[in-house]
Design a protein around this ligand. Sequence first.
Ligand code: OFO
Length: 178
Amino acid sequence: MLSQKMADRLNHQINLEMYSSHLYLQMSCWCAYQSLDGCATFLSQHATEEMGHMHRLLQYLQETGALAILGGMEAPPTEFGSLIELFEKVYQHELVVTSKINDLVHLATTEPDYSTLQFLQWYVAEQHQEEFLFKGILDKIKLIGVEGQGMFLIDRELEKIAMTNGKEATSMTGTAAV
Ligand code: OFO
């Protein structure tokens, strides 16, 4: 059984994962509008992944007998100055998600709530993969540059990652989930 504080914090995380999905889907729409189809596919896939993260939390809350609460959320931004700005935002957003997961782990450790602590390990590993994935994409965009054919090459790179479902980006702890 979860403490009320833990249930509230997990529900807050449900909301954050849903926002992540909305944000990446909106970013995908922006890319499609700019004819960056590879980037659009990649981000749309990632939006679906985030809904999976949300469902995993929702199921855990239900298994413990707690009420899962979706809550409302603000609309994601619709305008991005450039592709670099967009992926900077993605990376910064993932850093925020990591800090929220770390806060949850801290709470589970101090309560202590060993069941939730174990449940959260999947998210700890996932955040490592996501930071690795998005930092890699950002570095690649900066390396290739957005001048001339740069945008075309970047879009093709993202399409390749989307086609392999992120399996091209592997780190010390396994394969990055896209
Ligand atoms: Fe992209 O992060 Fe969920 O957890």
